[in-house]
Design a protein around this ligand. Structure first.
Ligand code: FE
Length: 341
C-alpha cells in the first residue's frame, strides 16, 4: 500500500512538473511599440495555430527599453518589437538583446534590414516620404528632403515633433549621408518654413494639409494607405487631398525604416519567441500587414498592397539600418540646436 502511495505521489509530482513547464513554455511575453490594430489579430492567429499565448505589453520603445533595463534578469520580456531600427540598435547597445540564429529569418529578411550578428530582424518596411497639397503644389516643384528647407516654402511646411522616433531616424540618415553641419543647416531652413509649431502625429500633418494649414509634410507611407481606406470620411478626404513624393530618387534614395524585433537577453521563453518571430515573417502574416496596414512586406514571396503597387517601385537609401543608431545622439543634438521641439 505504502509503495502504491509513493508511486502515486511520484507520478503526480512528475505530472505537475511537466504541466508547469508546459504552461511556462506556452506563453510568450511581447514588449511592443507597434500601435496598429492588425497586430492583435496576428497574435490571436499565432495562439490559434500553436497554442502559445501571447501576452502583450504596449508602450513606446524608449519606455520598454527603460523597463527592461530596470527589470534586469527578472524581466519577463521575451520579444521586443519596435517601429524603427534605431530603437532596436539602442536596445542591443544596452545589452538587452541576444543574438539568435534563424535560417528562415536570415533567408527572408534582406541583409540591409537585419543586424549582421542576428541581434534583431526587420518584419516590415516603411518609407518616410513627402506629402503635398495636390491642389496647391505641383509635384515637380519638390524632389528631395533638402528642398523642404527652401525659403520659397516659408510658412507652408508641417512636421511632427523631434521626440518622435521616425523623425530621429530620418535625421540620423541625413547626418549619415551629409554630415552634421549640413544636416543642421537643413533643419534650420525647415524650421524657418514651418506653418505651425511641430505637433501631432503623422496623420495629423496630413489632416492639417487637408484643412489648409500647410502644404507640405513628411509622413510614413502606411499612414497614407490607412487614411485613404479609413471608415471615417474626414480621414479619407485628408488622404485624398495629398499627393506623395518619394524623395531623393536622383541621389541616395528615400529613407526607409523597418518595424522589427529582437529576442530579450533574459527571455524565459526563447523558443516560443523565435516561433513567433518566424510567424511574423510568414506569408499569412506578411500578407495581412501588407493588405491591412499598407506596410511593405519583407517576405519576398508576398506582394505589396495595390495602392503601393500604384505608387511604383522607388530607389531606397541603401544605408544598413544597423548603423542608423550610431547617429541618433547627433540627431537629437541637431534638433536641439535648431529649436525643433
Ligand atoms: Fe507608426
Amino acid at each position: 500500500m505504502r509503495k502504491v502511495t509513493c508511486f502515486l505521489f511520484a507520478a503526480i509530482s512528475i505530472l505537475a512538473l511537466s504541466c508547469q513547464s508546459r504552461i511556462e513554455g506556452d506563453i510568450v511575453n511581447v514588449y511592443t511599440h507597434r500601435h496598429y490594430a492588425v497586430d492583435q489579430e496576428i497574435f490571436a492567429l499565432f495562439t490559434e495555430e500553436t497554442g502559445i499565448r501571447v501576452n502583450v505589453i504596449n508602450a513606446s520603445a524608449d519606455e520598454l527599453i527603460q523597463r527592461m533595463e530596470t527589470e534586469g534578469e527578472n524581466s519577463p520580456a521575451d520579444l521586443l518589437i519596435t517601429v524603427d531600427a534605431g530603437r532596436l540598435n539602442r536596445a542591443h547597445n544596452k545589452g538587452l538583446l541576444q543574438a539568435f540564429d534563424s535560417g528562415q529569418l536570415t533567408k527572408l529578411v534582406p541583409k540591409q534590414y537585419r543586424h549582421p550578428e542576428g541581434f534583431w530582424y526587420g518584419m516590415t518596411a516603411r518609407a518616410r516620404i513627402i506629402a503635398y497639397a495636390k491642389d496647391r503644389i505641383n509635384a515637380d516643384e519638390i524632389q528631395d528632403y533638402a528642398e523642404l528647407a527652401n525659403p520659397k516654402w516659408r510658412g507652408r511646411v508641417l512636421v511632427r515633433s523631434s521626440d518622435n522616433v521616425y523623425n530621429q531616424s530620418l535625421m540620423a540618415s541625413i547626418i549619415a549621408a551629409d554630415g552634421e553641419a549640413k544636416a543642421t543647416a537643413w533643419a534650420n531652413g525647415l524650421i524657418a518654413n514651418l506653418a505651425r509649431e511641430p505637433k501631432g502625429s503623422d496623420r495629423d500633418q496630413v489632416k492639417a494639409i487637408a484643412s489648409g494649414e500647410g502644404d507640405l509634410t513628411i509622413v510614413n507611407t502606411y499612414y497614407i494607405g490607412q487614411l485613404l481606406n479609413s471608415d471615417n470620411e474626414e480621414e479619407r478626404k485628408a488622404g485624398e487631398s495629398v499627393g506623395i513624393i518619394f524623395p531623393n530618387q536622383s541621389n541616395r534614395g528615400t529613407h526607409v525604416n523597418i518595424s522589427g524585433f529582437g529576442i530579450a537577453k533574459h527571455a524565459k521563453n526563447k523558443e516560443s519567441a523565435i516561433k513567433l518571430a518566424e510567424f511574423l515573417l510568414s506569408e499569412t502574416v506578411q500578407q495581412k500587414l501588407a493588405i491591412t496596414n499598407f506596410e511593405y512586406p519583407l517576405n519576398p514571396n508576398v506582394e505589396m498592397a495595390n495602392l503601393l503597387k500604384q505608387w511604383g517601385t522607388f530607389k531606397r537609401d541603401s544605408i544598413n539600418l544597423s548603423s542608423l543608431g550610431d547617429f541618433n545622439d547627433q540627431a537629437i543634438k541637431v534638433f536641439d540646436a535648431v529649436g525643433w521641439n
